[in-house]
Design a binder for this molecule. Structure first.
Ligand SMILES: NC(=O)c1ccc[n+]([C@@H]2O[C@H](COP(=O)([O-])OP(=O)(O)OC[C@H]3O[C@@H](n4cnc5c(N)ncnc54)[C@H](O)[C@@H]3O)[C@@H](O)[C@H]2O)c1
Length: 261
Protein backbone atom coordinates (compact mmCIF):
# COMPACT_ATOMS: atom_id res chain seq x y z
CA UNK A 1 0.00 0.00 0.00
CA UNK A 2 1.46 3.38 -0.93
CA UNK A 3 1.60 5.94 1.87
CA UNK A 4 0.59 9.43 0.77
CA UNK A 5 2.47 12.07 2.75
CA UNK A 6 0.12 14.80 4.01
CA UNK A 7 1.63 18.28 3.55
CA UNK A 8 1.62 20.28 6.74
CA UNK A 9 0.59 23.91 6.90
CA UNK A 10 2.34 26.43 9.13
CA UNK A 11 0.92 29.80 10.14
CA UNK A 12 3.71 32.29 10.91
CA UNK A 13 2.59 35.52 12.60
CA UNK A 14 4.91 38.46 12.08
CA UNK A 15 5.76 36.68 8.83
CA UNK A 16 6.63 40.03 7.24
CA UNK A 17 9.37 40.59 9.83
CA UNK A 18 12.99 39.57 9.70
CA UNK A 19 12.88 36.55 12.01
CA UNK A 20 9.39 35.50 10.85
CA UNK A 21 10.55 35.49 7.24
CA UNK A 22 13.59 33.34 8.08
CA UNK A 23 11.37 30.90 9.99
CA UNK A 24 8.84 30.69 7.15
CA UNK A 25 11.65 30.13 4.64
CA UNK A 26 13.06 27.25 6.70
CA UNK A 27 9.62 25.66 7.14
CA UNK A 28 8.88 25.99 3.41
CA UNK A 29 12.23 24.29 2.77
CA UNK A 30 11.03 21.41 4.96
CA UNK A 31 7.92 21.04 2.80
CA UNK A 32 5.34 23.03 4.78
CA UNK A 33 2.70 25.14 3.12
CA UNK A 34 2.96 28.61 4.64
CA UNK A 35 0.33 31.12 5.79
CA UNK A 36 1.96 34.45 6.61
CA UNK A 37 0.08 36.80 8.93
CA UNK A 38 1.25 40.38 9.51
CA UNK A 39 0.05 43.96 9.91
CA UNK A 40 2.22 45.19 7.06
CA UNK A 41 0.93 44.31 3.56
CA UNK A 42 4.14 45.39 1.83
CA UNK A 43 6.28 43.28 4.18
CA UNK A 44 4.00 40.28 3.59
CA UNK A 45 4.39 40.58 -0.17
CA UNK A 46 8.18 40.92 0.17
CA UNK A 47 8.34 37.83 2.42
CA UNK A 48 6.25 35.79 0.05
CA UNK A 49 8.45 36.79 -2.92
CA UNK A 50 11.61 35.98 -0.96
CA UNK A 51 10.34 32.54 0.16
CA UNK A 52 9.23 31.65 -3.37
CA UNK A 53 12.59 32.73 -4.74
CA UNK A 54 14.32 30.23 -2.39
CA UNK A 55 11.64 27.56 -2.82
CA UNK A 56 9.82 27.97 -6.16
CA UNK A 57 7.39 25.12 -5.37
CA UNK A 58 6.28 26.63 -2.06
CA UNK A 59 2.60 27.41 -1.51
CA UNK A 60 2.54 30.68 0.45
CA UNK A 61 -0.59 32.63 1.34
CA UNK A 62 -0.62 36.05 3.00
CA UNK A 63 -3.11 37.63 5.36
CA UNK A 64 -2.88 41.26 6.50
CA UNK A 65 -4.40 41.82 9.95
CA UNK A 66 -3.92 43.48 13.31
CA UNK A 67 -3.35 40.69 15.83
CA UNK A 68 -4.90 42.80 18.59
CA UNK A 69 -8.25 42.48 16.78
CA UNK A 70 -9.71 39.17 18.01
CA UNK A 71 -12.29 38.96 15.22
CA UNK A 72 -9.62 39.53 12.58
CA UNK A 73 -7.59 36.67 14.07
CA UNK A 74 -10.61 34.34 13.99
CA UNK A 75 -11.18 35.27 10.34
CA UNK A 76 -7.49 34.75 9.46
CA UNK A 77 -7.53 31.26 11.03
CA UNK A 78 -10.69 30.28 9.13
CA UNK A 79 -9.36 31.72 5.85
CA UNK A 80 -5.96 30.02 6.22
CA UNK A 81 -7.54 26.67 7.16
CA UNK A 82 -9.80 26.88 4.14
CA UNK A 83 -7.02 27.94 1.71
CA UNK A 84 -4.62 25.24 2.90
CA UNK A 85 -7.05 22.51 3.99
CA UNK A 86 -6.12 22.87 7.68
CA UNK A 87 -3.51 24.21 10.10
CA UNK A 88 -0.83 21.98 11.70
CA UNK A 89 1.77 24.45 12.96
CA UNK A 90 1.54 27.91 14.50
CA UNK A 91 4.60 30.09 15.08
CA UNK A 92 3.79 33.17 17.17
CA UNK A 93 6.57 35.49 16.02
CA UNK A 94 4.93 38.94 15.75
CA UNK A 95 6.20 41.25 18.46
CA UNK A 96 7.10 44.80 19.34
CA UNK A 97 9.86 46.21 21.50
CA UNK A 98 10.40 49.61 23.05
CA UNK A 99 11.84 50.79 26.33
CA UNK A 100 9.50 51.48 29.27
CA UNK A 101 11.37 53.23 32.12
CA UNK A 102 9.41 53.02 35.38
CA UNK A 103 9.79 56.75 36.13
CA UNK A 104 8.13 57.65 32.84
CA UNK A 105 5.89 54.63 32.36
CA UNK A 106 3.31 55.08 29.63
CA UNK A 107 0.55 52.60 30.46
CA UNK A 108 -0.81 52.76 26.91
CA UNK A 109 2.60 51.51 25.73
CA UNK A 110 2.47 48.80 28.43
CA UNK A 111 -0.99 47.68 27.24
CA UNK A 112 0.07 47.68 23.58
CA UNK A 113 3.25 45.66 24.19
CA UNK A 114 1.49 43.08 26.36
CA UNK A 115 -1.40 43.04 23.88
CA UNK A 116 0.81 42.16 20.92
CA UNK A 117 3.52 40.08 22.64
CA UNK A 118 1.39 38.11 25.11
CA UNK A 119 -2.36 38.37 24.53
CA UNK A 120 -2.24 38.00 20.73
CA UNK A 121 -0.30 34.69 20.77
CA UNK A 122 -2.96 33.24 23.07
CA UNK A 123 -5.74 34.52 20.80
CA UNK A 124 -3.94 33.02 17.78
CA UNK A 125 -3.55 29.66 19.54
CA UNK A 126 -7.24 29.66 20.45
CA UNK A 127 -8.20 30.48 16.86
CA UNK A 128 -5.98 27.77 15.28
CA UNK A 129 -6.87 25.10 17.83
CA UNK A 130 -10.03 23.69 16.22
CA UNK A 131 -8.18 23.01 12.97
CA UNK A 132 -5.24 21.38 14.78
CA UNK A 133 -7.59 19.20 16.84
CA UNK A 134 -9.41 18.19 13.67
CA UNK A 135 -6.05 17.23 12.08
CA UNK A 136 -5.29 15.04 15.13
CA UNK A 137 -2.41 17.12 16.53
CA UNK A 138 -0.02 19.96 15.86
CA UNK A 139 2.95 22.02 17.01
CA UNK A 140 3.09 25.56 18.34
CA UNK A 141 6.23 27.64 18.87
CA UNK A 142 6.18 30.95 20.72
CA UNK A 143 9.03 33.39 20.07
CA UNK A 144 10.11 34.81 23.43
CA UNK A 145 13.36 36.73 24.19
CA UNK A 146 16.24 36.63 26.64
CA UNK A 147 14.32 39.43 28.33
CA UNK A 148 12.14 36.59 29.62
CA UNK A 149 15.03 35.26 31.70
CA UNK A 150 17.39 38.17 32.48
CA UNK A 151 16.79 41.71 33.71
CA UNK A 152 17.62 44.71 31.55
CA UNK A 153 17.25 48.38 32.29
CA UNK A 154 13.99 50.15 31.40
CA UNK A 155 12.67 46.95 29.87
CA UNK A 156 9.72 46.33 32.19
CA UNK A 157 6.83 45.76 29.77
CA UNK A 158 8.80 43.77 27.17
CA UNK A 159 10.31 41.52 29.87
CA UNK A 160 6.90 40.96 31.47
CA UNK A 161 5.34 40.07 28.11
CA UNK A 162 8.07 37.58 27.14
CA UNK A 163 8.41 35.97 30.61
CA UNK A 164 4.66 35.42 30.69
CA UNK A 165 4.79 33.98 27.16
CA UNK A 166 7.27 31.34 28.35
CA UNK A 167 4.93 30.54 31.24
CA UNK A 168 1.96 30.30 28.85
CA UNK A 169 4.06 27.85 26.80
CA UNK A 170 4.49 25.59 29.84
CA UNK A 171 0.83 25.74 30.86
CA UNK A 172 -0.45 25.07 27.34
CA UNK A 173 2.08 22.26 26.92
CA UNK A 174 0.11 20.58 29.68
CA UNK A 175 -3.38 21.62 28.56
CA UNK A 176 -2.96 20.66 24.90
CA UNK A 177 -1.04 17.40 25.34
CA UNK A 178 -4.26 15.33 25.31
CA UNK A 179 -4.91 16.68 21.78
CA UNK A 180 -1.42 15.70 20.57
CA UNK A 181 -0.52 19.38 20.26
CA UNK A 182 3.00 20.26 21.42
CA UNK A 183 3.75 23.79 22.62
CA UNK A 184 7.33 25.04 22.89
CA UNK A 185 9.16 28.38 22.91
CA UNK A 186 12.46 29.73 21.71
CA UNK A 187 14.31 32.53 23.41
CA UNK A 188 16.45 34.50 20.94
CA UNK A 189 19.39 36.46 22.25
CA UNK A 190 20.54 39.73 20.68
CA UNK A 191 20.06 39.26 16.94
CA UNK A 192 21.61 41.01 13.96
CA UNK A 193 18.44 42.64 12.60
CA UNK A 194 17.69 46.01 10.93
CA UNK A 195 17.57 47.59 14.35
CA UNK A 196 21.37 47.33 14.32
CA UNK A 197 21.94 47.78 10.59
CA UNK A 198 20.02 51.07 10.68
CA UNK A 199 22.02 52.39 13.57
CA UNK A 200 24.39 55.33 12.86
CA UNK A 201 27.41 53.10 13.38
CA UNK A 202 26.24 49.48 12.98
CA UNK A 203 29.70 47.98 13.58
CA UNK A 204 30.12 49.85 16.87
CA UNK A 205 26.59 48.81 17.90
CA UNK A 206 27.33 45.13 17.10
CA UNK A 207 30.60 45.30 19.02
CA UNK A 208 28.90 46.89 22.04
CA UNK A 209 26.22 44.19 22.09
CA UNK A 210 28.81 41.46 21.65
CA UNK A 211 30.93 42.69 24.55
CA UNK A 212 27.95 43.61 26.74
CA UNK A 213 29.24 47.17 26.98
CA UNK A 214 26.00 48.77 25.81
CA UNK A 215 23.74 49.48 28.81
CA UNK A 216 20.62 48.05 27.18
CA UNK A 217 22.42 44.83 26.12
CA UNK A 218 24.73 44.59 29.07
CA UNK A 219 25.40 40.86 28.67
CA UNK A 220 28.21 39.76 26.31
CA UNK A 221 28.04 36.81 23.92
CA UNK A 222 30.55 34.02 24.75
CA UNK A 223 30.26 32.35 21.31
CA UNK A 224 31.61 35.56 19.78
CA UNK A 225 28.87 36.77 17.44
CA UNK A 226 25.33 38.07 17.48
CA UNK A 227 22.57 35.64 16.52
CA UNK A 228 21.25 35.73 12.96
CA UNK A 229 17.57 35.06 12.10
CA UNK A 230 18.53 31.69 10.56
CA UNK A 231 19.78 30.48 13.99
CA UNK A 232 16.24 30.90 15.33
CA UNK A 233 14.65 29.46 12.18
CA UNK A 234 16.68 26.24 12.55
CA UNK A 235 15.50 25.84 16.15
CA UNK A 236 11.85 26.37 15.17
CA UNK A 237 12.18 23.90 12.26
CA UNK A 238 13.47 21.33 14.75
CA UNK A 239 10.73 22.00 17.32
CA UNK A 240 7.90 21.53 14.82
CA UNK A 241 9.48 18.43 13.27
CA UNK A 242 8.94 14.80 14.23
CA UNK A 243 12.47 14.81 15.67
CA UNK A 244 11.03 16.83 18.59
CA UNK A 245 7.94 14.63 18.91
CA UNK A 246 8.45 14.00 22.66
CA UNK A 247 9.14 17.65 23.57
CA UNK A 248 6.50 19.98 24.93
CA UNK A 249 6.42 22.96 27.30
CA UNK A 250 10.12 23.65 26.72
CA UNK A 251 12.03 26.85 26.04
CA UNK A 252 15.13 26.63 23.83
CA UNK A 253 17.55 29.51 24.44
CA UNK A 254 19.37 30.55 21.25
CA UNK A 255 21.80 33.18 22.51
CA UNK A 256 25.43 32.09 22.00
CA UNK A 257 25.70 31.71 25.77
CA UNK A 258 24.60 35.30 26.43
CA UNK A 259 22.55 34.32 29.50
CA UNK A 260 25.19 32.01 31.01
CA UNK A 261 27.27 34.69 32.70
N1 LIG B 1 15.50 41.14 16.79
C1 LIG B 1 15.94 40.72 17.97
O1 LIG B 1 17.09 40.99 18.39
C2 LIG B 1 15.04 39.85 18.84
C3 LIG B 1 15.58 39.30 20.02
C4 LIG B 1 14.76 38.53 20.83
C5 LIG B 1 13.44 38.29 20.47
N2 LIG B 1 12.93 38.83 19.34
C6 LIG B 1 11.53 38.56 19.02
O2 LIG B 1 11.46 37.97 17.74
C7 LIG B 1 10.21 38.33 17.13
C8 LIG B 1 10.46 38.90 15.73
O3 LIG B 1 11.31 40.02 15.85
P1 LIG B 1 11.99 40.73 14.56
O4 LIG B 1 13.32 41.21 14.97
O5 LIG B 1 11.83 39.85 13.38
O6 LIG B 1 11.04 42.02 14.46
P2 LIG B 1 10.36 42.67 13.16
O7 LIG B 1 9.92 44.02 13.59
O8 LIG B 1 11.24 42.54 11.96
O9 LIG B 1 9.08 41.72 12.94
C9 LIG B 1 7.94 41.79 13.74
C10 LIG B 1 6.73 41.72 12.83
O10 LIG B 1 5.54 41.73 13.66
C11 LIG B 1 4.57 42.50 12.96
N3 LIG B 1 3.58 43.03 13.91
C12 LIG B 1 3.81 43.89 14.92
N4 LIG B 1 2.65 44.21 15.50
C13 LIG B 1 1.67 43.53 14.86
C14 LIG B 1 0.26 43.44 15.00
N5 LIG B 1 -0.41 44.15 15.93
N6 LIG B 1 -0.43 42.65 14.15
C15 LIG B 1 0.22 41.94 13.19
N7 LIG B 1 1.56 41.98 13.01
C16 LIG B 1 2.26 42.76 13.83
C17 LIG B 1 5.35 43.63 12.31
O11 LIG B 1 4.62 44.21 11.23
C18 LIG B 1 6.63 42.93 11.87
O12 LIG B 1 6.56 42.49 10.53
C19 LIG B 1 9.52 39.30 18.07
O13 LIG B 1 8.56 38.60 18.84
C20 LIG B 1 10.66 39.80 18.94
O14 LIG B 1 10.21 40.22 20.22
C21 LIG B 1 13.70 39.62 18.51
Amino acid sequence: MSEEKVRRTAVVTGGGGVIGRAIATALAGDGHEIALWDLDRGALDASRASICESHPDAFVSTHALDLTDDEAVTTAAATSASRHGGIDVLVNCAGVFYLTPIDDLDMAAWDRMLGINLRAPVVCIRACLPSMVERGGGAIVNIASISAVVARQANLAYSASKAALVRVTQDLGLDLAPHGIRVNAITPGSTDTPMIRNYDDPDAMREAMLRGSLEKYRIGIPLGRLAIPEDHAAAVAFLVSDAARHMTGQNLVIDGGQTLA
